[in-house]
Unconditional design. Structure first.
Length: 370
């Protein structure tokens, strides 16, 4: 670099960037220790102790090596995950942090996304080949940690919102009333069936079918339904643009439309198989079928998506979402597609009504009707 170029460099910007980069390095390093804390039950043991613990107490409770636990705790204190009292030399997991780190039923549980991040590093060589154009990568090509991690991550948001707020808000409450009485529902791109099973349990008078092109995910969904003894649900392997059936009152897409090779085809097919105004209701539009599309929260333009949530979604999109769509020669919408692009596809697919119903820090909820 020339002396002139060096003189033009803003030293304050260098410091700001280094602080940012070191923060990212610290976060990446800590992610593995969070995974270890979950795997060894360290967080859960701290919750169960119901009071601050010493290094020895935590090691004894979890059957782990005391010196290693001490260093793990030091990292967690330095990272702001765990509190330390120097007078007693004891450690405490705040209850607010425990919701994210130790309670798998919490709406803010984060261990799933840490597991998914672990999968990124396991697939490093395949990502390099993908960027060079030497291979493609679909959802089915990744290691198991990826699907399991994202299933756990999204489950947290669904647990806190799907039944309590999202469904009641769709189509001015008409969908909720149908589900209570008895509706026919298709959950497209259902993965492990988490959302399908949630809805089936909440609305026993309705029938639900979960569809996904990933055979292994469907098998896991079937196992979960059998284990939980839920009888008003079934799961089938099928693509989003060809799933069987007709006369659906409600069709759902949870955090999957942007991944698809043919999202327009999926929505066109949905429009063809949802219940029409004149199916058997005398043309009453309130009885026509509704499509609910849940997507990751995103603004329409990159310059408005500069924040930690968007950064996390862009990373997942680069490594998972866009590659999966490209593998099927799709439009590669990506996890930060934004409302305008989703609406454009819906309207071009034959829907005449598209509306943002709700939003959360992580999701946007849309309704679409023919």
């Amino acid at each position: 670099m020339s002396q002139q170029a060096q003189n033009a460099i803003d030293q304050n910007k260098i410091q700001q960037f280094m602080n940012k980069a070191i923060g990212d390095i610290a976060g990446s390093s800590t992610a593995m220790l969070v995974i270890i804390g979950e795997g060894l039950g360290l967080y859960r043991a701290m919750v169960q102790a119901n009071s601050p613990v010493s290094v020895k107490e935590l090691a004894d409770k979890t059957g782990t090596i005391e010196r290693l636990v001490r260093e793990w705790l030091a990292n967690q204190v330095a990272s702001g995950y765990i509190e330390y009292d120097p007078s007693s030399r004891k450690y405490r997991l705040p209850p607010e942090h425990a919701l994210a780190l130790a309670d798998e039923n919490s709406p803010i549980y984060l261990q799933g996304i840490f597991k998914a991040i672990k999968s990124y590093f396991k697939d490093e060589e395949e990502f390099l080949k993908m960027f060079r154009g030497e291979r493609t990568l679909s959802w089915m090509d990744h290691n198991s940690f990826m699907a399991e991690g994202f299933a756990e991550f999204f489950k947290s948001g669904y647990t806190g919102n799907l039944i309590n707020s999202w469904i009641p808000a769709v189509d001015n409450g008409n969908v909720l009333e149908k589900l209570k009485k008895g509706a026919k529902v298709a959950d497209v791109g259902c993965g492990f069936g988490i959302t399908t099973l949630m809805m089936a349990k909440a609305y026993p008078n309705s029938t639900f079918t979960g569809f996904d092109f990933h055979k292994e995910s469907i098998e896991k969904a079937k196992e979960s339904a059998k284990k939980e003894k839920i009888n008003n649900v079934k799961f089938e392997v099928s693509s989003a643009s060809e799933f069987p059936g007709s006369g659906y009152d409600f069709v759902t897409f949870f955090d999957c439309l942007h991944d698809m090779g043919d999202p327009g085809g999926a929505l066109t097919h949905t429009g063809n198989v949802i219940k029409k105004d004149d199916d058997d209701d005398g043309g009453d539009s309130s009885n026509s079928g509704t499509c609910m599309i849940v997507e990751p929260f995103a603004q329409n333009e990159l310059e408005n998506n500069v924040n930690p949530v968007a950064s996390t979604f862009y990373a997942a999109s680069t490594l998972i979402c866009v590659p999966n769509s490209l593998d099927f020669n799709g439009p590669a919408l990506g996890a930060q597609a934004g409302e305008n692009r989703i609406k454009d596809i819906a309207m071009k697919s034959g829907f005449s009504h598209f509306k943002r119903v709700l939003e959360t820090p992580l999701n946007l909820v849309y309704e679409a009707k023919r």
